[in-house]
Design a protein around this ligand. Sequence first.
Ligand code: MG
Length: 274
Amino acid sequence: MEQALRRLSRIKMFVLDMDGTIYLGEHLFPFMPRFLETVEKTGREFCFFTNNSSKNREAYLDKLSRMGIHIPAEKMLIASAVIIEWLKENRPGESCFVVGTPLLCADFEAAGIPQNDQDPDFVVLGFDTTLTYEKLTKACHFIRRGRPYYGVNPDLNCPVEEGFIPDCGSMAALIRTSTGVPCEFFGKPSPHTLEYMLRETGCKPEELAVVGDRLYTDIAVAAGSEVTSILVLSGETTKEMLKESDVKPDLVLRDLDELSGLLEKSEPHSRDSL
Ligand SMILES: [Mg+2]
């Protein structure tokens, strides 16, 4: 406990996962207003990061606002922004075939990345809830011709009210089986995302904590860095899954309500000490 409090005392920014961490589906966890208040009251900040590439930043800002959480756009981080920024810097002017929802395609368009379904320079795979056999066929065809391909997020499943639906990582597994080519993923846990979080928040690694309910994305993103990882057991991970996993969080908590309690006990964060 004391070690946890010491670790928390240096945290300036919490990067919060969404589903399973702050809400389940459409239901905000009842302790969230108190948690966000406690973060601010103790001189810290928070922002959100989602790997879900079927929607965009505006859709998430709307959803949060319907739940009574009103935040400026820069506090809503999303995996699709990580890959878009990387592409603009590393593959400028090149065209892509996007296997994604209309919202993801619109984000690529707004970023000025040309889309091409005849002879693209590379292929991008998102969590495409509008996936068709035609899109899969085209993507596999371009990849077989040697075009590089990138996945927005590696999640295998996305939680929904009725259980789970296949996410980007599962679609990438299908393409890999067909073509024999693995894709490079962005989003959590890629190093691209860790760099993006640090850049967007302006924090040093030791000042940042990532919080989430999924071991191989939310927690693994901090591996090998000074960033603190906090697993909450309010979503998909059970104690048994944690025991069997190679990914080990720095802190394991029941939920964000437990973190509120710890923050109230730990030394208030002082900006002057940084
Ligand atoms: Mg989650």
